[in-house]
Design a protein around this ligand. Structure first.
Ligand code: HEC
Length: 292
């Protein structure tokens, strides 16, 4: 095998191993970062919903105290505000249209908030103390794979004004929601869970694009390095050595007056060339001595 072919084989194996290792590590890192980013977004969203809840019960509900005697306005309910806030967020930006926020409750006032099977599992896991908040998970949905984060919702003393029994709840609220559901909650009982769901597809696709661009530029750099090294190898070693060996060939066949190889520089190749011309001179002298 020629020197250049051997060199390129070694270079190829090295580059292939290096590229594979880099691909493996960088892809894993990018995907992990993407998941971390989704988690952070989900956490921020759930905390914002909690903040809206607090704002509603502290700032808005007192303003509607008189109103409650005549008509019950859901705007004073913190659960309602938090769910509405996320609804507006979804509508305002197409990027967020598949974001979901639920206050999944085992015994809800509004039936749309009833926990479905997988949500009930989460609420029950919180109730039984087997899950810790915030609870992260992933699930497949018709809208693609979703990451969810869940936090338990606890009933406080103030909540029992509307969620204890239908008798003590405001009459206007009963008129609106009926007396069948959303009652019998206990103080400190975990009655449901806030659950935020964020689609993974978009962020993971972005990570995949970053990965492709990164690997593409890495390959371009490696190809440029390989081409340069081939050029250098040819120019500095292969070309002079081929010439020197052709000259040595001619001398060995008795062509002692073949033109010298003009070696530039004092490197190893130059030394080889001058050794060869010295050898040729010695050879000529030896032949003269033999002739005389
Ligand atoms: C003024 C009455 C009132 C008070 C006080 C109140 N809620 Fe509610 N709550 C409601 C009503 C009415 C709904 C249904 C709102 C809707 O979706 O239309 C509701 C809904 C909810 C929901 C969503 C599930 C469901 O039942 O539909 C949760 C969770 C909830 N409340 C928790 C609480 C907690 C926790 C507190 C105390 C911090 C509290 N509520 C205080 C009236 C009240």
């Amino acid at each position: 095998m020629k020197l250049l072919a051997k060199f390129n084989l070694v270079l190829f194996i090295l580059f292939a191993l290096g590229t594979a290792a880099t691909a493996l590590v960088s892809r894993d890192l990018l995907q992990r970062n993407a998941r971390e980013e989704i988690r952070e977004n989900a956490k921020l969203l759930i905390e914002s919903a909690l903040a809206v809840r607090t704002y509603t019960s502290r700032n808005i509900a007192p303003l509607l105290e008189t109103q409650i005697k005549y008509e019950f306005r859901p705007e004073m309910v913190s659960a309602y505000s938090a769910i509405e806030m996320l609804k507006h967020l979804r509508e305002a930006n197409p990027d967020y249209k598949n974001f979901q926020y639920r206050e999944a409750t085992l015994n809800p006032t509004n039936p749309v908030n009833r926990a479905v099977d997988w949500e009930s599992d989460i609420v029950n896991a919180f109730r039984n103390g087997v899950a810790e908040a915030p609870l992260f998970g992933e699930r497949d949905t018709p809208n693609g794979r979703m990451l969810y984060v869940a936090k338990p919702l606890r009933a406080g003393g103030a909540c029992l004004r509307c969620h204890d029994t239908a008798e003590v709840a405001p009459a206007t609220m009963i008129a609106k929601y009926g007396s069948a559901n959303g009652f019998g909650w206990k103080v400190n009982e975990i009655i449901g869970a806030q659950i935020v769901q964020i689609p993974e597809t978009f962020v993971l696709q972005r990570a995949e694009t970053t990965f492709r661009v990164f690997m593409g530029s890495l390959l371009a750099v490696l190809v440029a390095i390989a081409l340069t090294m081939n050029g250098v190898l040819w120019w500095m070693f292969i070309r002079p050595i081929t010439r020197i060996s052709a000259l040595a060939d001619r001398i060995s066949l008795g062509e002692v007056d073949a033109p010298d190889f003009a070696a530039r520089g004092r490197d190893e190749i130059g030394m080889l060339a001058s050794a060869l011309s010295r050898m040729r001179r010695s050879l000529v002298q030896a032949m003269h001595m033999l002739e005389s």
